[in-house]
Design a protein around this ligand. Structure first.
Ligand code: ADP
Length: 304
């Protein structure tokens, strides 16, 4: 029997990453450090990276538009990158309107700064209607990047209904990520079997460490769930139903090159481990190891 897949629901954004020695002065010309001055990456490329190595396959329900010529060019890059990395995109909810989001990032390894200018995104998010077309029997795990939370709750309810008819070992595991400090996203806390909460959200709630955040926020998750909080160079912590805090230190690279996408990389490596039966401690440690390697290179190639 072929292994079931991991489905990811979120948004694909094209990052154009310019690496500079020194942050440019306004109104001057300067050169990029990298030969191919633009390094592209995609927010979900971390999943494709893992798909290539060990994920059986991942499907991304993303929103990619098929509009103007420039956008088509961006999309063909995105689609070919997914294909190169073995990500199954057959479930993509293609949009007829809106533009593919794009972020221009200036990364300055000397100072460690990363400045991001995001083009306004008017691309509709995937809906519960899009999701109802998905054949759930293909998946063992579905991950939601918290965005249009109200609609995402309806999708998760569809999974709960599907799960209610299945024996325990065949149920789909639901994970959600609450990364942005937006009130509507907090309704997702009680929706996941595994919930990733960001340092930003934890700090917004007044917590100054991952451990205190887990203790303070655990009452928001549903019974039996795991809450996970990564804290940059301090590593990451997690708490399960036994309320014991599990911790992994970070694995700093020899030189800190580029932390853009470290959090997404961490999430992917944790999901990968847990979905293959690994323990919470193994998942956190592997998450921090892979995210640490990511911080030592530009982009995502070769981090696993
Ligand atoms: P992001 O800034 O992308 O949200 P996080 O702060 O959530 O990333 O960090 C995710 C993981 O990435 C951390 O748990 C850690 O393992 C790794 N990480 C992030 N920054 C560093 C760093 N400066 N040194 C080593 N590891 C790091």
């Amino acid at each position: 029997m072929c292994d079931k897949k991991i489905l990811c629901i979120g948004l694909v954004c094209l990052d154009i990453i310019n690496v500079v020695e020194k942050y440019p002065e306004e109104d001057t010309d300067s050169s990029f450090v990298l030969d191919d001055f633009q390094k592209y990456s995609i927010d979900v490329s971390l999943l494709s990276e893992h798909a290539q190595c060990s994920f059986p396959a991942s499907v991304v329900i993303s929103n990619v538009t098929s509009g103007s010529r420039t956008i088509l060019h961006m999309n063909s890059y995105i689609v070919s990158d997914f294909s190169k990395r073995g990500v199954d995109i057959s479930g993509v909810a293609w949009q007829q309107q809106g533009e593919t989001p794009c972020a221009c990032c200036v990364v300055c390894p000397g100072s460690g700064s990363r400045t991001v200018v995001l083009s306004d995104t008017n691309l509709p998010d995937a809906t519960a209607g899009d999701f109802s077309k998905v054949d759930l029997s293909q998946y063992k795990w579905i991950h939601w990047e918290g965005r249009n939370a109200g609609e995402q709750v309806k999708m998760i309810q569809q999974v709960a209904l599907y799960n209610s008819l299945l024996p325990e070992q065949q149920k789909i595991t639901v994970s959600v990520e609450i990364e942005k400090t937006r009130e509507p996203l907090y309704q997702l806390f009680c929706q996941g079997d595994v919930v990733f909460v960001s340092k930003d959200v934890a700090m917004h709630f007044g917590f100054s460490s991952a451990q205190t955040a887990l203790r303070g926020l655990y009452s928001r998750v549903k019974e039996g769930a795991v809450l996970i909080c990564a804290w940059a160079e301090k590593g990451a912590d997690a708490m399960g139903p036994d309320r014991v805090v599990v911790h992994s230190d970070a694995f700093p690279p020899k030189a800190l090159v580029d932390t853009l996408g470290a959090g997404d990389t961490f999430n992917a490596a944790v999901i990968f481990t847990l979905s293959n039966g690994g323990s919470l401690q193994e998942a956190l440690t592997f998450g921090c190891q892979v995210a640490g390697s990511k911080c030592g290179v530009h982009g995502y190639d070769g981090i696993v």
